[in-house]
Ligand binder design. Structure first.
Ligand SMILES: Nc1ncnc2c1ncn2[C@@H]1O[C@H](COP(=O)(O)OP(=O)(O)OP(=O)(O)O)[C@@H](O)[C@H]1O
Ligand SMILES: [Mg+2]
Length: 409
């Protein structure tokens, strides 16, 4: 028996005459509710509908079968309902027409609501039914695929744009140096200095992009190695002393006892996390500001950390993985810089995102990749990340990393 016959036992012998009015919806629904394959179609995860109608008579198109996924998606009692009552998308209705006329059709449907979804619609002819032609209509949720596609396109556009800007500046200076500035020694020195800074910016951008793609590639692989988070923070601070001196910043630290903040992690990646956060705090702080860097362990999770400033907004940028009893080491980097407006906070970890109008000071404009890299590394380590800030009142970034399991002695 074909699947079709099992779902719609066709009454060939006593088929009603063409002019006979269609029976009430309840009768038709009963016809299609029988058959051994119903359970199969019923449990398909994608919405499936069968439409019956006269291809020349748009108003005659009715739903004669809807599986559970279709009933979840569309309100009301679907079987027996006119198609236009359930679905009004003109492209979709056209695709149904095509199937009723004997050819496969396809369409895309965007459904609004709280969460916008994009559906790929496919229609297929199913032959003659009791009261008209039959068409199969399936819907597939393609929201995530389309979103990923859009992100990829945006990413390529942003990366090319970021590379093109310093490249255009380099070409411009080369032309000037070959032209009217050829014999001007002072101009040559200035231009070569700018060119070096632009080349350095391109190198940093490429390093960051490669770092991000390497991290993403290994994101599902658990990191190997063990390190003391507090010692790693001290190492990073030692390396950043010149930068801190340049701005005359006052740095205060608070660290737990040696070994208390041991974590399982990739040392290089954890150093990258600390470096990005501390570098941001330094970069966005005004001269002579104060930074506070604390490591605490053990802590339960982010909800137990007290807010530093009641006027600040706190946002979780990445929720940590919290199996029962898991304990974390917490790194908190707080500055007294310009802070970040509330509505910008959720976007901080997007690639290339920079809060507009913010001065990083000095000749090191950021690429906007630092916090995206931090988020991916912390995610690989099953940790969490949050930011707390208010405009004009500084910012505080927190990262939780699961503590290493103590070996039984
Ligand atoms: N401590 C901070 N205070 C104020 N704004 C910050 C702070 N940290 C980050 N931001 C804002 O968030 C944006 C994104 O930060 P991110 O570290 O991802 O990029 P970046 O610092 O601009 O560049 P990169 O880190 O790649 O050199 C920054 O451009 C800045 O606008
Ligand atoms: Mg940064």
């Amino acid at each position: 028996m074909s699947i079709l016959k099992a779902l719609w036992p066709l009454r060939t012998a006593e088929a009603p005459a063409a002019e006979e009015p269609p029976p009430p919806a309840a009768v038709r629904a009963a016809d299609v509710s029988q058959g051994p394959f119903r359970a199969l179609v019923e449990s398909l995860p994608d919405p499936v509908l069968v439409i019956e109608g006269d291809p020349d008579e748009p108003a005659s198109r009715r739903i004669v079968f809807a599986n559970a996924a279709a009933r979840d998606l569309l309100p009301g009692r679907l079987e027996g309902m006119r198609l236009v009552t359930a679905l009004r998308n003109p492209e979709l209705l056209e695709a149904v027409d095509e199937a009723l006329l004997g050819a496969p059709g396809s369409a895309q449907m965007e459904a609004g609501g709280a969460q916008e979804r994009i559906w790929a619609v496919q229609t297929r002819p199913l032959g003659q039914g009791n009261f008209g032609r039959l068409a199969l209509l399936t819907l597939r949720d393609e929201t995530d695929v389309r979103r990923a596609e859009r992100m990829r396109v945006d990413f390529l556009a942003n990366a090319s744009h970021e590379l093109r800007t310093p490249l255009a500046s380099l070409s411009g200076f080369i032309e000037t140096l070959r032209g009217h500035a050829k014999d001007d020694e002072q101009a040559r020195e200035t231009f070569l200095g700018i060119m070096q800074a632009q080349a350095e910016r391109m190198r940093r951008l490429i390093d960051d992009l490669m770092s991000l793609s390497r991290i993403e590639l290994n994101e599902h692989i658990a990191p190997e190695g063990r390190l003391d988070l507090a010692l790693a923070v001290t190492d990073v601070l030692d390396a950043l002393v010149p930068l801190v001196r340049e701005k005359n910043l006052c740095v205060s630290t608070q660290m737990p006892a040696r070994g208390a903040a041991d974590i399982d992690g990739d040392r290089d990646q954890i150093l990258q996390v600390i470096q990005n956060l501390v570098e941001n705090a330094v970069k966005y702080s005004g001269n002579e500001g104060a930074l506070s860097i604390t490591v605490s362990a053990p802590v339960a999770d982010d909800s137990t950390t007290p807010a530093l400033d009641p006027a600040a907004t706190r946002i979780t940028l990445l929720a940590p993985d919290r199996p029962a009893g898991r304990r974390f080491a917490l790194l908190r980097v707080t500055d007294q810089g310009p802070g970040i407006p509330r509505d910008r906070l959720p976007r901080l970890t997007e690639r290339f995102y920079r809060v507009e109008g913010q001065k990083s000071g000095g000749t090191r404009p950021g690429t906007g990749l630092g916090l995206a890299i931090v988020k991916h590394i912390v995610n690989r380590h099953r940790g969490g990340m949050a930011v707390e800030s208010a405009e004009g009142r500084g910012a505080s970034f927190s990262v939780w990393l699961p503590l290493a399991e103590k070996e039984a002695t």
